[in-house]
Design a protein around this ligand. Structure first.
Ligand SMILES: [Zn+2]
Length: 249
């Protein structure tokens, strides 16, 4: 159930039975020579919508631009500064909270969003923490969950790719995009796997360290059918995790 395909009256009716919403959050950034720029937004959006359909849960509009300053050395990458992304998340949550939403489940597709999203949650909690105790503020709770960060997905990724998974422009995430959009899957021969992950700073530094954009990955292994298996496993685990989140006091 996508929020933008409902009427306000339907949202009112939904709030009678649930205070929760799933919000995909991703990034718009290079994903190596055969990965789509939108990979990190496509994966949580596709998986999140499926979780929403199976549970009858609302899914909000995807935050498809994230914190990706280190990718700006490659054409097509777009970033929000950390402070901007904090403001976006805060305004998104507080807008929905005004009319009764209380549980915000951010389904994430981009490692670079994790620190900033955590800071945004602290900003949101600070609003109520600084009010008088017992001031009747809604009990907002937020969770960030990475779509790949569950036992089902990790098992498949390990079996299919082993240490060729790497940590950016990975065959698993590219497979999910190929499953979601089979007509635009890109095939390309790539150079041998480059350097494994290590610390990087700004966009020039990243491009110098990882010239074709990948970090330690071999996305030529990607297949749409792998994506289908990964999506099914992710949905399975995420359904349980979302329901646990809603049931917490
Ligand atoms: Zn990615």
């Amino acid at each position: 159930m996508q929020l933008h395909l409902q009427t306000w009256e339907e949202v009112d009716a939904y709030l009678q039975r649930s205070k929760g919403i799933i919000i995909p959050i991703g990034s718009t950034e290079q994903h190596g020579p055969n990965g789509l720029i939108g990979t990190d937004a496509i994966c949580p959006e596709f998986i999140g919508r499926r979780v929403g359909e199976e549970l009858g849960a609302l899914v909000g509009p995807t935050i498809s631009v994230g914190m990706a300053q280190h990718h700006l050395g490659f054409s097509g990458s777009v970033t929000l500064r950390p402070t901007t992304l904090i403001a976006v998340i805060r305004d998104y949550v507080l807008s929905l909270a005004r009319n009764g939403f209380e549980r915000f489940y951010f389904l994430n597709g981009h490692g670079g969003n994790i620190a900033t999203t955590g800071a945004a949650f602290s900003e949101i909690y600070a609003e109520t923490s600084m009010q008088r105790p017992g001031s009747n503020a809604p009990s907002i709770r937020c969770r960030l969950k990475n779509w790949w960060d569950n036992p089902g997905v990790q098992k498949i990724t390990g079996e299919l790719y082993g240490d060729r998974e790497g940590s950016h422009a990975t065959p698993s995430e590219v497979s999910v995009t190929q499953y979601a959009y089979p007509d635009i899957a890109k095939r390309k021969d790539l150079a041998p796997i480059g350097p494994r992950t290590r610390d990087f700073a700004d966009a020039d530094d990243y491009r110098r360290l990882f010239p074709d954009g990948r970090i330690g990955s071999d996305p030529t292994l990607s297949r749409p059918e792998h994506g289908g298996r990964l999506v099914a496993a992710a949905v399975n685990d995420l359904k349980d995790d979302y329901q646990r989140f809603l049931s917490q006091a």
